[in-house]
Design a protein around this ligand. Structure first.
Ligand code: UT7
Length: 323
């Protein structure tokens, strides 16, 4: 059977860095509070003239280079973003043009912070059915564009960045030893939308809007929901959570990462954490964290990876991948 294997990963953080101290100069907050409650030390900000497609472009070039592929080999681009360049065309179509890729299948996936896990499952629908021979899956966000800098409960939490993976079909035996995507679980509960949303949109206010969140409620849902999705994805994949080599969580808050690990009995040493360095980059955070751990040698070929996320919608999900 065909499996969807990740053959290259790349990440990009825009050059401008904003530390907690930088924020404390104009927001009623402190480095101590942010670090203690979230683990975040700094975030990156895209310049005003740096659209999210530019972040996606840099991450994609790095993923293609890591995979030993060129843009002209791509036949599918899926971009997970909640901060597109424009209402339309999709950021995926803009990225196709900027990469100089040929005419191919390209579209965006919108599941906010869960976007990368959703996008991986969408790409799997093409790759594992033989409909794509070389796919690019990107998570790219300019979340700082959605911040209300008078709301200290949200504006300190988010940052900008992009991560990308190249996915190709590989022959598997249908066992858990196969390389590639082994299973996933995806969830949405729209009745909880008031806990985390943006107060604008093209067909309501005609504006982009600002992010609104009831942080402590989202926090509680996150630990419970993510844990359930992890167990479910592991069951679909046919593996035990204890067999997983590396957990690559959505990077929202170090306390959520720890809460999920504790609930599932996961050794914290197996959890890839990069939230300190780039804050919550929504759909970009999983591939950004994966990129760091592949490049520093922690994640090796054959390792069993578990990616998980939760965000606005509420949406949440997890996927199991043998690298
Ligand atoms: O991507 C997925 C979506 N997002 C998340 O997963 C985020 C989920 N939520 C969280 O990470 C946490 O709930 C927060 C970091 C947002 C907040 O931490 P908390 O421990 O839940 O704090 P809280 O909201 O219960 O607020 C505690 C206190 C409040 O003051 P009072 O009312 O106790 O006097 C807040 O006003 O902390 C205050 N506070 C701040 N103080 C300094 C809130 N934000 C700040 C701030 N600086 N930036």
């Amino acid at each position: 059977m065909l499996r969807s294997a990740i053959i290259g990963v790349g990440g990009f953080l825009p050059e401008t860095v904003q530390t907690n101290e930088d924020l404390a100069k104009f927001v009623d907050t402190s480095d101590a509070w942010i670090q203690e409650r979230t683990g975040i030390r700094k975030r990156h900000r895209a310049r005003d003239d740096q659209p999210v497609s530019d972040l996606a472009l840099e991450a994609s070039k790095r993923a293609l280079a890591a995979a030993g592929r060129t843009a002209d080999q791509l036949d599918l681009i899926v971009v997970a973003t909640t901060t597109p360049d424009m209402t339309f065309p999709s950021t995926a179509s803009i990225l196709q043009r900027k990469l100089g890729a040929p005419v191919l299948t390209a579209f965006d996936v919108q599941a906010v912070c869960s976007g990368f896990v959703y996008a991986m499952s969408v790409a799997d629908g093409f790759v594992a059915r033989g409909l794509s021979q070389c796919a690019l899956v990107v998570g790219a966000e300019a979340m700082t564009r959605l911040m209300d800098y008078t709301d200290r409960g949200t504006c300190v939490l988010f940052g900008d960045g992009a991560g990308a993976v190249v996915v190709e079909p590989v022959e598997g035996q249908g066992t858990t030893a196969d390389r590639g995507l082994l299973g996933f679980s995806l969830r949405s509960d729209g009745t909880k939308q008031d806990l985390l949303y943006v107060d604008g949109g093209p067909s309501t206010t005609g504006t982009v809007g600002k992010l609104r969140m009831v942080g402590n409620h989202v926090f509680k849902h996150a630990v419970v929901n993510i844990s359930e999705a992890v167990v479910s994805a592991a069951k679909v994949a046919g593996v035990e959570v204890s067999e997983v080599d590396w957990f690559i969580p959505h990077q929202a808050n170090q306390r959520i990462l720890k809460g999920v690990a504790d609930r599932l009995g996961i050794d914290e040493a197996k959890v890839i954490s990069t939230v300190a360095d780039h804050a919550n980059t929504s759909a970009a955070s999983i591939p950004l964290a994966m990129d760091v751990a592949v490049r520093d040698g922690r994640i090796k070929p054959g390792d069993l990876l578990l990616m998980e996320a939760m965000g606005g919608g509420l949406t949440w999900g997890a996927c199991v991948v043998r690298y």
